[in-house]
Design a protein around this ligand. Structure first.
Ligand code: GLP
Length: 254
């Protein structure tokens, strides 16, 4: 496990963008798992700029799998992950849209939507790299506390703390308009990725970062389960790292 402590959020986004760019340039075809959210979008914005400055950074051979989508929202809904990803990344790069997979939160048969997402993941041989954000309660994707290490893509109910975080005015204006469920990629597919990269910035994530590292890993803090992964990179800024009691052996500064 490598912990990278960056001077500020922008440096963390740059480090993540560098990691994604290197992975894309390194492999002929690559399957990447992508989180939605402001922290990861800061890195996507940088990738868009780099692609426009240097078209040799091409996404033609990338297949993307988003980690989650809200149940009940269609891709046209500005609150959906599909809309968010199109707006922040997919519509500004040369990725083939048919190679972008976001779970269908508006499917009539949600179970079938989950199976078809997992089927597409299997068809490419799993993820080479997965980019994750961090929820305030330690969730990754929308694998809420209590999620199994072997879980597959499935429908999950939000915990109260996630509902409160989602309805804080940034993603949704009110609790009433906040969906109560999501489809999330399971921890099984996340942990099977060859490289897991998690980014968390800001003082608001400090407690979740602390809980991810301190104590025994367990399902109460889903992100702590990542610690068993062979190739895990955690990118934080100084604020998010501020409550860490002990830094891992492989701690770098950027
Ligand atoms: C939600 C999403 C994740 C995202 C996380 C962090 O929990 N399910 O995909 O990574 O939020 O979002 P943000 O970066 O906006 O804090």
């Amino acid at each position: 496990m490598a912990l990278v402590i960056c001077r500020h959020p922008r440096a963390a986004a740059t480090y993540l963008a560098d990691t994604i760019e290197a992975a894309i340039r390194d492999q002929d075809r690559i399957a990447i798992g992508l989180a939605t959210g402001r922290t990861s979008a800061a890195a996507y914005d940088q990738l868009v700029r780099r692609h426009h400055c240097d078209p040799t950074l091409s996404f033609r051979r990338v297949t993307a799998f988003n980690t989650d989508e809200f149940v009940g929202l269609s891709g046209d809904d500005p609150h959906s992950s599909r809309y968010y990803m199109n707006r922040h990344l997919f519509h500004h790069i040369d990725i083939r849209l048919e190679n972008t997979h976001v779970p269908r939160g508006d499917a009539v048969d949600l179970e079938a939507a989950c199976r078809s997402f997992d089927y597409a993941l299997q068809a490419v041989g799993g993820l080479d790299l997965v980019v994750l954000g961090l929820g305030h309660n330690g969730h990754v994707g929308f694998n809420e506390p209590g999620s199994s290490i072997r879980s597959k893509t499935r429908v999950v109910d939000f915990t109260e703390s996630t509902l409160a975080a989602l309805s804080d005015g940034n993603r949704f204006e009110t609790l009433g308009e906040t969906p109560t469920q999501a489809i999330t990629m399971g921890l099984g597919a996340i942990l099977a990725a060859r490289h897991v990269c998690l980014i968390a910035t800001g003082i608001g994530k400090a407690n979740a970062v602390h809980r991810m590292f301190d104590g025994k890993p367990g399902p109460a803090v889903p992100a702590s389960l990542l610690r068993s992964h062979q190739q895990l990179t955690i990118i934080v800024d100084q604020d998010a790292a501020s409550t860490l009691k002990q830094e891992p052996d492989d701690t770098r500064r950027a």
